[in-house]
Design a protein around this ligand. Structure first.
Ligand code: ADP
Ligand code: MG
Length: 632
């Protein structure tokens, strides 16, 4: 018989372009065999005769290397003559017809992508074979039929010969014999076939044997995630974690999430959050490692849209009931089912982590230290999950030592009239804790978040606020703290002559004018600050510019140099500032004043974590001042 025009066209595409990876032919044939077994199992429920004398469900793969043959045999429901003609010779399924319609319209390059969505698994045999013979016996029938094709012109269908009939040793089932192409000899190696089965079909829920008399199945024959939770021991969960995480028994999961979702989408997931950081966590490709199965058949561990990149530390499997088995990678990326699964899985995992934060603080904090920086990528990557990410996000804070706080915790402790969430970002928590920019806030009892992850500088400009409270960088722009008075002891008084001079003029106009002129090539402005209580000076970004630390991060990571100049803020009450102000008022040409201006600026840079521009000049000036101090 001739193949329909559709099938011929399809075969041409399949043989040349459908899968870049030819290994999958075996997965497809095994999956068909497993389906056939499932169907017989189901039909036997209402008609026990169908499996009378049946020897048990299994799939057996055999090789006859001298004759270049690979055999795949199942003990499933089998096919009648007409079924073989219908299912293996025409494209009967409406979905596939649909595909052919689309193929007619699309150009040749788009075709392989389209085709991957539809069930055309059987034809993938022709990727590796130049002749395929199917011998089948339908359950409940005495007849055995043989279908044979070279995958080009058409197929023949005949009653099986006595010799062929003998090969089919079960009460029902199908034997597929592939004559392997010259360029596909690797599939004549049992080892190669075994490896493919372990990769793709390990969790097919019936035994797969390689070799005629082999009694040990090559696969584990059961999908652990499909079993009820109550039947799975902690050891079995751990064993599976070890396998999917590749952690060789060195790690344990901090979260094990095993659930079945029903409703709009149906899937089962068994996912783990490891305790240790996987070695490739910061790999630039940001690839996740969750494996996708469709009805127990392994599809890929490279389904990009299945997990967010900021969930790339998660290990395990997701098994979908709704996806077509033959879906191509390209199609998976924009598949609506995949996107829904991702959203559902993300919600569930964030919920579990939130629960962990309440049930086991130590374990949760360990998790956050390992993976928090990655999770925070989600704050700008996935707006729909932002709220849930904020629930588990923790930050270092000036409130207490080493303590991590949630944003809700911060908001609870906010002072009356406080409208902002204050933060400083930098590389080192201790340096930030002591940085001059937050002195004034600390003294006033205002809490400051200490953000130490590079990623913080990326989500903050996007996120802007939390529960209506704006995030405000304390190293950027002027901050008005006049609402929050300093405690009395720290309140500078009008006649606070800590400098021992009579310079009570707190606007420091002379010094401001002097510094602005002297440092004009490096700073945009000099101004009096609320921010400082102990230190003489600090640098901040101007209102409209990129935050200072952000600018530094951009410089390192993207080789981008912000053209903006920072603002130099001075502490009017500091003894050094008031003395220099006096000096600036009387002797502008003073060498000490010039050196001091440079030293103040360099000091501000160092505190900021920036290098000074001329270290030897800095050292020279410093020595001069030290010498003067010692001489005095
Ligand atoms: P799909 O599996 O998506 O239906 P395939 O191209 O893999 O598409 O198979 C086409 C059809 O051929 C199957 O739906 C099934 O009816 C039939 N078939 C293929 N292999 C077998 C088998 N081993 N036993 C019984 N029926 C089979
Ligand atoms: Mg199939």
């Amino acid at each position: 018989m001739d193949f329909g025009a559709d099938v011929s066209r399809l075969l041409e595409i399949v043989t040349h372009a459908l899968y870049s990876n030819r290994d999958v032919f075996l997965r497809e044939l095994i999956s068909n065999g497993a389906d056939a077994c499932d169907r017989l199992r189901y039909d036997s429920i209402s008609n026990a005769d169908l499996s009378k004398g049946h020897k048990g469900f299994e799939i057996r793969v055999d090789v006859n290397a001298p004759d270049r043959l690979v055999m795949v045999q199942d003990t499933g429901i089998g096919m009648t003559r007409d079924e073989m003609v219908d299912h293996l010779g025409t494209i009967a399924k409406s979905g596939t017809r649909n595909l052919m319609e689309q193929l007619k319209q699309s150009n040749a390059t788009g075709a392989p992508n389209l085709i991957g969505q539809f069930g055309v698994g059987f034809y993938s045999a022709f990727m590796v074979a130049d002749n395929v013979k199917v011998i089948s016996r339908k359950a409940g029938s005495e007849e055995i039929w043989a279908w044979e094709s070279d995958g080009i012109s058409g197929f023949s269908i005949n009653p099986a010969t006595a010799e062929d009939s003998e090969k089919l040793t079960t009460t029902s089932g199908t034997l597929i014999t592939l004559h392997i192409k010259d360029d596909a000899s690797e599939y004549l190696l049992e080892e190669k076939l075994k490896r493919i089965i372990v990769i793709y079909s390990n969790h097919v829920s019936l035994p797969i044997y390689v070799g005629t008399n082999e009694e040990e199945p090559i696969n584990s024959a059961s999908a652990i995630w499909m079993r009820p939770k109550s039947e799975i021991s902690p050891e079995q969960y751990q064993e599976f974690f070890t396998m999917v995480s590749g952690s060789m028994g060195l790690d344990q999961p901090s979260v094990t999430a095993h659930w079945h979702a029903e409703g709009k989408i149906e899937y089962t997931a068994l996912l783990y959050v490891p305790t240790l950081r996987p070695f490739d966590l910061y790999d630039p490709s940001r690839r996740h490692a969750v494996r996708l199965y469709v009805r127990r058949i392994y599809i890929t561990d490279e389904c990009e849209g299945l997990m967010y990149p900021w969930m790339r530390f998660v290990r395990g499997v997701i098994d979908s009931e709704d996806l077509p088995l033959n879906i191509s990678r390209e199609m998976l990326q924009q598949n609506a089912v995949v996107t829904k699964i991702r959203s559902s899985v993300t919600k569930k995992l964030l919920g579990d982590l939130d629960k962990l934060s309440r049930d086991d603080k130590t374990a949760f904090n360990a998790f956050w230290h390992q993976f928090g920086a990655v999770v925070k990528e989600g704050l700008y990557d996935a707006v729909e999950h932002r709220e849930d990410i904020f629930k588990i996000a923790r930050f270092f804070t000036t409130n207490g030592q080493d303590n991590l706080t949630s944003l809700d915790g911060y908001i609870e402790r906010m002072k009356d009239g406080q409208d902002f969430i204050y933060y400083i970002s930098g590389e080192n928590v201790d340096t930030m804790r002591n940085s001059p920019q937050i002195e004034g806030l600390k003294k006033r009892g205002l809490e400051v978040l200490l953000l130490k992850d590079t990623i913080d500088d990326f989500w903050l400009p996007v996120v802007m606020d939390f529960k209506g409270k704006k995030f405000v960088s304390v190293t950027k722009g002027a901050i008005d703290l006049s609402k929050f008075p300093l405690p009395d002891a720290d309140q500078p008084t009008e006649n606070d002559n800590q400098d021992g001079t009579n310079n009570n003029n707190k606007d420091r106009a002379s010094l401001i004018a002097y510094l602005a002129d002297r440092l004009s090539d490096r700073i945009s402005k000099v101004r009096i600050s609320d921010r400082l209580t102990d230190s003489p000076v600090c640098l901040v970004a101007s209102d409209s510019d990129t935050d200072l630390h952000m600018a530094r991060v951009l410089k390192i990571h993207q080789k981008y140099e912000a053209p903006a100049k920072p603002v130099l803020e001075i502490n009017p009450s500091h003894i050094l500032i008031s003395r220099l102000d006096s000096l600036a008022g009387t002797d502008k040409e003073s060498e000490i004043l010039a050196d001091a201006a440079e030293l103040l600026y360099d000091q501000a840079l160092i505190i900021q974590g920036e290098p000074v521009s001329d270290p030897s000049a800095f050292a020279r000036r410093m020595s001069v001042f030290l010498g003067k101090g010692l001489a005095a």
